[in-house]
Design a protein around this ligand. Structure first.
Ligand SMILES: [Zn+2]
Length: 207
């Protein structure tokens, strides 16, 4: 059942609204039509592709979401540049939580960006956990949306890790040549898939 929507009373009896977030389940494709620009379908279900007010047009059996222009802007589009924090490293992909889109900080909307092993570098990459660590801050490009998540790429010299912290003592790692970083405190040396401006970035990224 739809909520009463006290803050946003329906404009008429046909449309009743509630606020939904990306990835929220909205209905079944057997019952309703989705809207290609604000929803997506997967396994017979319709999901929210943007955050906004869910609108159900019962007469035309269509579901769409009314989002403001700024809300739409927060959804990464192909070729947008995002930054994120690495939270998981699997055999074939690195999972990140997206924090900025084109330098704009996004509120925590649960946007997940995955770097598939084939999208890491032009050169062959063997072990992802050899060049990425949890809590690394990366810069990447959006490839495409896949359901709730985004495929992102670091295949460009300007993309990759932009800040990393020592996994032993937490100090910020400094660049040591092309492919390595060193901890100034405990001298731990690690390989890292760095962006070409690693270490030159002055702004402090707090999340
Ligand atoms: Zn250290």
């Amino acid at each position: 059942m739809f909520s009463e929507g006290l803050m946003n009373p329906p404009k008429n009896q046909e449309n009743q609204k509630q606020f939904v977030y990306i990835g929220d389940e909205l209905g079944f494709t057997e019952e309703y039509l989705g809207d290609p620009s604000t929803t997506y379908t997967e396994n017979g279900k319709i999901y929210a592709a943007i955050a906004g007010y869910l609108t159900v047009d019962k007469k035309n059996r269509q579901i769409f979401i009314e989002g403001s222009y700024t809300e739409r802007q927060k959804i990464p589009q192909p070729d947008d540049i995002v930054t994120g924090v690495v939270y998981s490293i699997r055999k074939n992909s690195v999972g990140t939580k997206i924090n900025t889109i084109n330098n704009l900080v996004v509120v925590d909307m649960g946007l997940i960006g995955n770097i598939h092993v084939s999208n890491v570098s032009k050169s062959y990459v063997d072990k992802l956990d050899d060049i990425f660590d949890k809590n690394d801050i990366i810069r990447a490009k959006i490839v495409r949306q896949e359901g709730k998540e985004f495929q992102i790429s670091t295949v460009d010299p300007s993309l990759g890790v932009i800040k990393a912290f020592c996994k032993y003592c937490g100090h910020e790692m400094q660049r040591k040549g092309k492919t390595q970083v060193i901890c100034p405190f405990c001298s731990n040396v690690q390989r890292k898939m760095m962006a070409n401006d690693y270490g030159d970035i002055e702004e402090i990224l707090h999340f």
